[in-house]
Design a protein around this ligand. Sequence first.
Ligand code: SF4
Length: 264
Amino acid sequence: MAITPAGSLLALKRRARKINRVLAEKYPYAHAELDFRNPFELVVATVLSAQTTDVLVNQVTKILFARYPDARAMAEAEPAELEAILQPTGFFRAKARNVLALSTRLVDEYDGEVPGRLEDLVTLPGVGRKTANVVLGNAFGIPGITVDTHFGRLARRFGWTESDDPVKIEFDVAELFEPRDWTMLSHRVVFQGRRVCHSRKPACGACPVASLCPSYGEGETDPVKAAKLLKYELAPGNEELLAKLLAETDRAAEIRMESQRRPG
Ligand code: SF4
């Protein structure tokens, strides 16, 4: 997506920050959608989230961490038992191998603890820059931009980058925002990507940042038709869930878990 001719860095920055403010108002309940209680659980959950949904990972990790609560226990796991637990997440043999190797490395090199530095995290088996940034931002409070498929697509549509390369995207977007905003910006943009700005059918006519987006019109612009494309708590019929999330933003992760547990 080309940056607009009038888009000097300053103008781009202003517009980007405005988008972030609008998204903050729209999704005051945005949060990491993987459930975790400590850095170890988050690093494992993020490794497992490759090629599958967070909802599925959350179901699997509940069983996984009840059986293997920390790196020491996980490092001792029987590969076959681990594979059986991880099977629903897909690519379970590779994921079981990574989780075992990761836990063993943590025990051998870091006394069973997850290190809080990017340069150490990226040396762990199965951990790339994206996972490392998720862990730093959410388990250690160190600012990080998490470039997953949603974030990359939206950054291009917003004109924040022209790249497809996650590391380049991360650096392009980092230029536009203060580090203190990086972690929450990542959650908000991913929330927007999952609910409104879908890959194939963006709901432009029901989009909170339509007036700021250079890609407005890439998707459905009719407000009624666009509203039908919205997902999760913004989907038609989910008003009660949305009201609950807005009223209890600090319980958002819990409310989401409850709603995902409900059949249908
Ligand atoms: S206006 Fe359309 S392309 Fe732009 S963010 Fe909204 S849904 Fe996505």
